[in-house]
Design a protein around this ligand. Sequence first.
Ligand code: NAD
Length: 507
Amino acid sequence: MTKTLEKAKTSQDVHHNFIGGEWVKSESGKTFKSLSPANNEIVVGQFADSNAADVKKAVDAAEKAFPEWKKTPAPERAEILFKAAHLLEERKEEIARNMTIEMGKVFKEAKGDVQEAIDMAKYAAGEGRRMWGQTVPSELRNKFAMSIRQPMGVVGVITPWNFPVAIPSWKMLPALVSGNTIVFKPAPETPFVAMQFVQILQEAGLPKGVVNFVTGGGPEVGMPIVEDPRVRAISITGSSVTGRKVAGRCGELMKKISCELGGKNAICLMDDGDVDLAIDGALWGGFGTSGQRCTATSRVIVHKKQYQNFIDGFLARAKALKIGDGLDTTVDVGPVVSKKQLEMINGYVKVGKDEKAKLLLGGEIMTEGDLAKGCFHQPTIFGECNAKMRIAQEEIFGPVVAVIPVDSFQEAIEVANGTEYGLSLSMYTRDVNRAFSAIEEFESGIVYINAPTIGAEIQLPFGGIKQTGNGHREAGITGIEQFTEWKSVYVDYSGTLQRAQIDNYGG
Ligand code: NAD
């Protein structure tokens, strides 16, 4: 039975790791607390502060479960995912509520987070009856050539807190349908809803040891997963700093690694673009999830002819946003995830001021009344930014938007492309030629036309270029790539030795 948050809140439950189908205490017996960002006095639960010994046990269990899971036909594995989709649908409201309490995003967005997992469960389950390989003609007679996909084995999944159910689902569900077993480490900020996701997979019928869940810190739990020689592939979403450490270690160990990392996404509003639509987009993209999306619109690049109109409308609308506890359905912007994140965001406000960007709105940590108990930051807008300023270059991951005026379409493209990241870029224009030029010229994994930088759907590949990623894509038809090995198979039924490249070419 899924543990409810109400129970956890009142009894201060200690939640354990899930290893080999059992909920087990950590080796150290130590725990850490997950706090609600809307009110740090609310303890969501206490979780195992695990270490390398727990990881070893989890990998043991995953290794043991692998041969049988691999042999289970993919359509049969998929049935469990369909069941998980139905369970997620049944419990969508409950999990979303818990997510709002634990992570802070407003209830409507938390429901969207769970919906993404439902969509992914159905999509990945469909893969159970595809899992396509290739059959191609051989250059030789009486010879058959084909390729098949095979699971990697034990895979490690390391996730951030900002999409605490959706991101684990993007990784784990394709990995499972492909026949892998998993050691999953969620972010320390959001272990409760991650645990609920694991419980749903368990209830859906996953055999023991197929998914193992170990909570704790990055260096203490994440790195031992990376370094265990039995773990064949790692999929991580997090900051570029973390991604570089993990990818570096995986490089040394010759391990397959997919990284989904930071972003510095931008909306470009051209002189012919719909200013009201762009304001809607900048509000949703900039302040949705309190700016804590990898695809958040943290820059708006505006043609000078539209600059004042845009600023006037954007400020008026942003001033009207209601900040507060995301469980209140009249609230537009919830807290940020932690005090640490709050300080980091506010530190960037100081950077912006020092850089002489024009602070047009917000800029403060909110301390009125009950807000002081939580992690609330005012929606913040800087105007007249220069594209090279740190606030226009570095990922802030909070409700802070830098508006950058430009003179032309070409300058907008150059500014949009002028950061180390390459996740999501957007162009507001009514000119079809400009729209297609932007699609071609933007250096990013995702492009939107006349829509903000957020809003990806699970049936297309998701990921970025440059410092955002290392060339892999989650979701869509690419979602199972990270978790499968290609095997090329030649069947020669000629009864003679046939030499490729030689026998047909006079060799
Ligand atoms: P983070 O890098 O601090 O942590 C991510 C995960 O990695 C956590 O589980 C953490 O415990 C673990 N970790 C940290 N150090 C580690 C180490 N040395 N070895 C192994 N594991 C380690 O990121 P975060 O603060 O949780 O999430 C925010 C970041 O995630 C932002 O930079 C955001 O852009 C990025 N993100 C990217 C995408 C994407 O798809 N591109 C999506 C969501 C979030």
